[in-house]
Design a protein around this ligand. Structure first.
Ligand code: ADP
Length: 228
């Protein structure tokens, strides 16, 4: 079997917050390899540092020590502008709450990141329509977020996150706010998309049934990542 390339690597990543009497250590040497097309579930109790880990992996925060590699590129020495460009091209985010723009339709929400990147209105509309169809929500494309159910909003948010064909999707409890049946439906759509496109995903979840359906489950424990 051909070895799949590593699209995201965390190497001995440390992250701490200063405190009056020292520092609060959140990540204490976290290591992770995420390969093309791979889906990894990250489980940990609240407060363990999952959001900190995703923000660091997604180049929103810089590690205090260690290195984050995206598609083999060490990102520690990049300027803020270069990190923003890498993030825009290579990384998609999905959060527990959808953060869609309320005054725009589902279709427009998926078009906007593509137009920011320079695609024409027509090109962006075509791809947005395809992605919404793929997430099985094409018939709701003209609706604004407030007119959509929670599960529909999350499917639009996933379509938006992958609109610019990132290498890596970082998802922070994407189904945490949904009932079990809707969670399964949203997860099925996400995993079908990942399988079809080779997208790699690191998915924080408390849902063990969904975690067990991913390629690997890892746990964040005492600032390090271990096989679960
Ligand atoms: P999780 O996502 O697993 O719930 P977080 O990564 O949000 O955990 O937070 C991990 C720990 O770091 C928590 O104890 C939180 O209070 C603390 N923390 C997060 N952000 C900051 C910050 N900017 N300053 C100080 N402490 C923070």
């Amino acid at each position: 079997m051909v070895e799949k390339r590593t699209v995201l690597r965390l190497e001995a990543v440390e992250r701490y917050y200063p405190e009056a009497d020292g520092k609060l250590e959140i990540l204490k040497g976290a290591n992770l390899d995420l390969r093309e097309g791979e889906m990894i579930a990250l489980v940990a109790p609240s407060g363990a540092g999952k959001s900190t880990l995703l923000h660091t992996a997604g180049l929103l925060e810089r590690p205090d020590a260690g290195e984050v590699y995206v598609a083999g590129l060490a990102c520690g020495t990049l300027s803020d502008g270069e990190r923003t460009a890498r993030r825009r091209n290579d990384i998609g985010f999905v959060y527990q709450f959808h953060h869609l723009l309320p005054e725009f339709s589902a279709l427009e929400n998926v078009m906007i990141p593509q137009m920011v990147r320079g695609l024409s209105h027509q090109e962006a509309a075509e791809r947005a329509g395809q992605l919404l169809d793929y997430m099985r929500i094409g018939e709701r494309a003209a609706h604004r977020p407030a007119e959509l159910s929670g599960g529909e909003q999350q499917r639009v948010a996933i379509a938006r996150a992958v609109a610019n064909a990132p290498l890596v999707l970082l998802a922070d409890e994407p189904t945490g706010n949904l009932d079990p049946e809707t969670s399964t439906y949203v997860f099925d759509a996400l995993s079908a998309l990942a399988r079809q496109s080779g997208l790699a995903a690191l998915v924080v979840t408390h849902n063990h049934a969904l975690a067990d359906r991913m390629d690997r489950v890892v746990a964040l424990e005492d600032g390090r990542i271990n096989a679960a």
